[in-house]
Design a protein around this ligand. Structure first.
Ligand code: MN
Ligand code: MN
Length: 307
């Protein structure tokens, strides 16, 4: 029998991968036969996590070869496997907006506006009285640290904090020192091309029939990263024409100061929606977004409202 596949979104981040692993563990403990898979290579931060815990990264797929699948950390078809419309979605565990999502059959859909999908799964495992092994606890705490930027993102809830503290106890690992080391590992940008960097954490959103691409890069030095602006712009333009995007926003976020500068390119109409949304004129394609760290809470809903 083929195992039912569980996966997070394309261009996976640490939460997308680990939520799939944790949910697969929970499902299998409950008698199901599932396999966690990934829709892409690990980023630098995720690599650090899997090295740290000496854990194997899941098998990578681009389309699903089973009839049924479970989605974690996403629901929008554009962010899922290429053949998502041909398979049956039986379960969704997510903490994003719900958009362009419909199914033919009833399903188990669990969404909560928490800081990470792994926090939701931690709650579900507690409810089901499933014990979390130390290594899985270490992985899950990494996912929470990643999505909440060590509890500093405005998406962070009390439940994320409780989950992180409890998992850190189970893993026997100090989350503050480990978390800073982990986040810094994800800001190792020098060895990557601009094209690789913009594709690392890329998401495309449909807003009123416009295709809006919003990518995010974490750094510990905004100005140093922006020294590569010309290179980024070239990569963005190539990607926009290849994928027919109307607007491309590259969020460059300083994880230590919780500030973002964005490189924004697009058609005139979409750029003016961006400028209206964030109440500023772009200067040399750059927008200043102080205090902005969360794409899902501080960028996507505001833009969507104006589109
Ligand atoms: Mn994610
Ligand atoms: Mn997430």
């Amino acid at each position: 029998m083929t195992k039912e596949l569980i996966f997070g979104h394309k261009n996976p981040d640490t939460d997308a991968i680990i939520a799939a692993i944790a949910y697969s563990y929970m499902m299998n403990e409950s008698g199901k036969d599932t396999e966690a898979v990934a829709l892409g290579e690990p980023n630098e931060e995720t690599k650090f996590v899997f090295n740290h815990f000496n854990y194997d990264y899941p098998r990578i797929i681009s389309s699903a070869d089973t009839k049924q699948v479970m989605l974690v950390d996403h629901n929008e078809p554009k962010q899922s496997v290429d053949n998502i419309s041909d398979v049956e979605i039986t379960n969704v565990i997510d903490h994003h907006r719900i958009a362009n999502f419909e199914t033919a059959n009833p399903l188990f859909y669990h969404a909560e506006p928490l800081g990470s999908t792994s926090t939701i799964i931690w709650k579900l495992m507690n409810q089901a009285r499933i014990e979390i092994p130390a290594t899985l606890a270490g992985l899950m705490m990494s996912a929470i640290i990643s999505d909440t930027l060590l509890l500093k993102s405005p998406t962070t809830t009390n439940e994320d904090e409780a989950a992180l503290k409890s998992l850190s106890k189970t893993a026997g690992l100090d989350y503050e020192s480990y978390g800073l080391e982990m986040l810094k590992a994800g800001t190792n940008l020098a060895s990557k091309s601009a094209k690789e960097l913009i594709e690392m954490d890329a998401k495309t959103f449909d807003m009123n029939n416009k295709s809006i691409r919003i990518d995010q890069i974490n750094t510990v030095d905004l100005d140093e990263t922006l020294q590569r602006k010309a290179e980024f712009e070239e990569a963005i333009k190539a990607e926009m024409s290849a994928e027919n995007e109307n607007l491309f926003i590259l969020l460059i976020t300083n994880i230590l100061t919780s500030d973002t500068k964005a490189i924004v390119l697009g058609d005139d109409e979409s750029v003016s929606v961006f400028e209206k949304t964030f109440d500023q004129k772009l200067v040399d394609n750059i927008a200043l977004l102080p205090g902005v760290v969360s794409r899902k809470k501080q960028v996507v809903p505001q833009l969507n409202a104006n589109f």
